[in-house]
Design a protein around this ligand. Structure first.
Ligand code: HEC
Ligand code: HEC
Length: 270
């Protein structure tokens, strides 16, 4: 057997895998969207938007749990980028990916056409607030429970990129009435041990036999349920409500201005 004969399959394998790794150039149907400006497509896009997006981004796309999409477009995002974000979602956040079986390219292109149509209206000016004062308020009233860029407490969620993730409306509602929406791993529980000790905190994990709680001193404690007297599930958030008596409307506006400026790292797929 000659050397060449031994080597050629290997060479083929290597070049083959290089070709595979390189893959075909990424297609982006939004580069040529036949639905842009077409009234019928825009109506279909609106219907799809209401079903798939409005819960999080608001009926008028002004944002709710998800960001204000009119503002995102006003900031100059491209149709290709919009399409990619809708297709792939934003990994590690609440923004879901859309798979091609129940959301074919055409549906997404109609949603983009609809968004462009409503996005052509200038966004209403929103009061920005005094970001410096907002930062001071945050350090004094919020940082004991929330981390920003690696500093602060862990009882509440990390807020490093909360400005990219939530609309102003959602931030205001969260600060004024935190118990209205509590994400799964922050539900409030109190466990009562057989000897009557009570530990209150955020429920991090639970199965039939055990429960894990982060107490208000940030210690994670695990309990076997059989050893407990009781587990009390509460509807109230661990976060206190900051009503108008505690935080004036002006201070709230400054605080929201500060939070909106927290945009951390960009996680979206380009
Ligand atoms: C379950 C809630 C949810 C649903 C449903 C949802 N989104 Fe989102 N979306 C989010 C969140 C949260 C973010 C912010 C992600 C982050 O932290 O960057 C986001 C981000 C985005 C962004 C990126 C904004 C930017 O800053 O560039 C776009 C565009 C977007 N969503 C469009 C849509 C569209 C269109 C739909 C419907 C097809 C949709 N989303 C459905 C929650 C949602
Ligand atoms: C005693 C601890 C504590 C304090 C103080 C506190 N928070 Fe929270 N925060 C939490 C917890 C726990 C949650 C998650 C449960 C919930 O959503 O209510 C939360 C949730 C939030 C959210 C929602 C995050 C998301 O991903 O949607 C925001 C925004 C927020 N807090 C802002 C603030 C601001 C602003 C302040 C100060 C004015 C503050 N918090 C003070 C504990 C706290």
């Amino acid at each position: 057997m000659t050397r060449t004969m031994l080597w050629s399959p290997l060479v083929l394998m290597i070049t083959g895998s290089l070709l595979l790794a390189q893959g075909p150039p990424e297609k982006n149907p939004a580069a040529n969207n036949p639905h842009l400006g077409n009234p019928q497509s825009i109506r279909s896009g609106m219907a799809l938007y209401r079903i798939r997006c409005a819960d999080c981004h608001g009926l008028d796309a002004g944002g709710y749990r998800g960001p204000d999409l009119i503002a995102v477009m006003a900031a100059g995002t491209t149709d290709e980028r919009l399409f990619q974000t809708i297709r792939k979602g934003v990994p590690g956040t609440d923004m879901p990916a859309a798979n091609e079986t129940d959301a074919p390219d055409d549906d997404l292109l109609m949603i983009v056409a609809y968004l462009r149509k409503i996005g052509s209206v200038a966004p209403t000016e929103k009061p920005v607030g005094n970001v410096d004062n907002g930062g001071r308020l945050f350090a004094a009233q919020c940082a004991s429970c929330h981390r920003v860029a690696g500093r602060g407490g862990r009882i509440g969620p990390d807020l490093t990129r909360i400005g990219a993730a939530r609309s102003r409306a959602a931030l205001i509602r969260e600060i004024r009435t935190p118990s209205e929406f509590i994400p799964p791993s922050y539900e409030t529980v109190t466990v009562v041990t057989k000897d009557g000790q009570r530990i209150r905190g955020a429920k991090k994990n639970e199965d039939v036999f055990s429960i894990q709680v982060m107490d208000v001193r940030e210690r994670i404690q695990g309990f076997v349920k059989a050893n407990l007297q009781d587990v009390i599930y509460e509807k109230d958030s661990l976060m206190p409500a900051f009503g108008p008596a505690r935080l004036s409307d002006g201070d709230l506006n400054d605080l929201v201005g500060y939070l909106s400026s927290l945009r951390g790292a960009d996680l979206s797929v380009r």
